[in-house]
Design a protein around this ligand. Structure first.
Ligand code: NAD
Ligand code: DAU
Length: 337
């Protein structure tokens, strides 16, 4: 049986990934290490918390000794690092924690992986490390890194560290760089669930700038299958871009949400732009497709409906999340904007 340490497995993508492994890959033990920040939620593990192949551990990736203990205890053979501070807007308010978790946390994991002779280290990175595109072109794996926000700078720093551990000491690694994910269990600070939550409450939909910023949206399940492919079939030392080939402006996405929920476009409110807002991301995933035979399976039209319906059917989950701390966050980020 393979034994995988998944970090950040109580977050959005991590919890979807663990759910996928447990339902599709019977020969795997998953040790799920998560410090349960505001973004990590045990409610995301609903249905598999007590699964015999799943062991949840509350802990910090910055605690190298703790990670080494887990590696020994569960005979871990690979590590997938999802754990991160992941929201660009928060990084523009408080960049320090992004360096602590995304850079120093990754460093602690890398040291533990090297000391314990881990077979594969998979770093879950982002297309944002490449910077921003104009109206033409796509990011390939050879595009130079040019991050623009503290979040993307911290993720690029982590990517460089991973490569350095491979180059200097032969750690077997992969890096995946994915475009914007959407789907169930996404924290409503991110654009799609935030707009769904606001529209449901007939609250203003805060559109940054002119709303014509472009993202390449990928349904979260398809990101999870890509990570699995890379873990099991990727060549050591290779970087793989993952994307949906599905570019949409923010206004197009918001239009689909309003339509599905039967709400009026008068809810759209243009607010002050994000500082240094990246204009466009587009990912060339041809390496994943030709070398590993991966392809997305969910179209955006299908995925956005599934996502909206999931939020409608999981009103309790949403309600728990948007009470308390979230209200303070929302006010501090949006009032007077
Ligand atoms: P998320 O914010 O939903 O989840 C992050 C998880 O990490 C949370 O459960 C949190 O509790 C945990 N965590 C944070 N600090 C930790 C620490 N010090 N120790 C242990 N756990 C810690 O993020 P997400 O959207 O699921 O993103 C997961 C990963 O994928 C991140 O590395 C992110 O950079 C990357 N990524 C995200 C997207 C996207 O669209 N969301 C796209 C590409 C790549
Ligand atoms: O591209 C991958 C990245 O996608 C990941 O690495 C990040 O972890 C993830 O958060 C995401 O970053 P973005 O900044 O692209 O996602 P976000 O959902 O925050 O914003 C999407 C777009 O919507 C962006 O152009 C900003 C805009 N936006 C966002 C919010 C929260 C708004 O117009 N209004 C909003 O209130």
């Amino acid at each position: 049986m393979n034994s995988i340490l998944v970090t950040g497995g109580a977050g959005f993508i991590g919890s979807n990934f663990v759910r996928m492994i447990l339902s599709e890959h019977a020969d795997c033990l998953v040790v799920n290490l998560d410090s349960l920040t505001y973004a990590g939620n045990l409610g995301n593990l609903e249905g598999f918390m007590d699964h015999p192949q799943h062991k949840f551990v509350k802990g910090d990736i910055c605690d190298g000794a703790g990670v080494e203990k887990l590696i020994d205890e569960y005979k871990i053979d690979s590590i997938i690092n999802f754990a991160a501070e992941s929201h660009v807007d928060r990084s523009l308010v408080d960049p320090g924690i992004f360096i602590e978790t995304n850079v120093k946390g990754t460093l602690a994991l890398l040291k533990a992986a090297l000391d314990k002779g881990i077979g594969r280290f998979l770093q879950v990175s982002t297309d944002e490390v490449y910077g921003s595109l104009g109206s033409e072109g796509m990011f390939t794996e050879d595009t130079p890194l040019s991050p623009n926000s503290p979040y993307s700078a911290s993720k690029a720093g982590a990517d460089h560290l991973v490569k350095a551990f491979g180059h200097s000491w032969g750690l077997e690694y992969n890096i995946t760089r994915c475009s914007n994910n959407y789907g169930p269990y996404q924290f409503p600070e991110k654009m799609i669930p935030l707009m769904i939550n606001n529209a449901l409450a007939d609250k203003e939909l805060p559109v940054y700038g002119d709303g014509l910023y472009v993202r390449d949206w990928l349904y979260v399940y398809d990101h999870c299958t890509a990570i699995w492919k890379v873990l099991t079939e990727g060549k050591p030392g290779e970087i793989y871009n993952v994307g949906g080939n599905n570019e949409k402006t923010n206004l197009e996405v918001i239009g689909l949400i309003l339509e599905r929920l039967g709400k009026d476009s008068s809810l759209i409110t243009y607010v002050k732009d994000r500082p240094g807002h990246d204009r466009r991301y587009a990912i060339d995933s041809s390496k994943m497709m030709s070398e590993l035979g991966w392809a997305p399976t969910v179209t955006f039209e299908e995925g956005i409906v599934r996502t909206i319906d999931w939020y409608l059917e999981n009103a309790k989950w949403l309600e728990t999340i948007v009470s308390g701390e979230y209200e303070k966050y929302y006010d501090s980020m949006y009032s007077g904007r």
